[in-house]
Design a protein around this ligand. Sequence first.
Ligand code: PEP
Ligand code: MN
Length: 349
Amino acid sequence: MIAVLKRNASEEEKQKVIDVIKGENFDVHPIVGVEKTIIGVLGDQDNRTKLKEKLMTMSEVEKVVLILDPYKLTSWNFKQEKTVIDLGDGVKVGGNELTVMAGPCSVENEIQLMETAKIVKSAGAEILRGGAFKPRTSPYSFQGLGEEGLKLLAQAREETGLKVITELMDIAHIDVVCEYTDIIQIGARNMQNYALLKEIGKLDKPVMLKRGMAATIKEWLLAAEYVMNEGNHDVILCERGVRTFGEETRNTMDLSSVPLVQQLSHLPVIADPSHGTGRWELVTPVARAAVAVGADGIMVEVHPNPENALSDGPQSLKPENFRLMMDEIKTIHSSLHSFESRERKIAYA
Ligand code: PEP
Ligand code: MN
């Protein structure tokens, strides 16, 4: 629920309300970016009517609004400004610029990673992706280089100035992954690993939460709530396709989820057409479409020799195709502002 304080409420009055909320064992989340003083209240659903009644009797409180949506911290009700994650050096996710995360599925060796990093940097990507701990379907497939892979990512960051994103699969690896990465990726298979989500919620490190293999939008946003409820609000969502009956593509890329989630949530939404399609020749057309529906960025797999890749070669773009994709999506993105005012008009009509 949300408690709206009366106009010109003093710090003292605000604290009085907070004390009452905390006294009933509810958590307080300050709401940013609004004129009035508004306090977000989270806690046991069954006891909230009692708290609501108590707050209504206080002269400091103008009104109390129950939020019926299952998502709270992710929703526009709790924060009226879009979340922009600032990674430093001018790299932002969720701002006006399109953010591109590109690189190999797995970090394989120094030559492969440095070559790829230079290619994606020169084509205009801001963030280098690369898995060091890989969630492979088969235990007999390449599992990633572990810490050695993380060190190579850090070396590539040093050499190119790119920021780094890599997947975290296990609570036991939190410290080592955090030492080297700028963004923690939580993969589709771990989207509902609530113990892991709670732990990363305690960190001061941006997180990119991929949509689960067959997750509904509600489940996906509730997974983000797990992270945010522990205090870490720097969450990016990533649509990477869901499992359906078709076999021609690896997954079915749900592009409608991008604007849908943006209507429900202030969090940035990235699209991953590589895992969404599983086929390199579909990656660029789907990336174009994702930008056209308003994605805040694109994550894409790039490999200097996809035929020799240790994972996900068939969906990896060759350098030349990546460069072409970058030109195309930038053109599409720069033409979007003319549609944005139109959408706003429709929304307020
Ligand atoms: C990946 O990004 O390489 C990956 C394993 O993605 P997902 O979790 O979406 O399958
Ligand atoms: Mn991959």
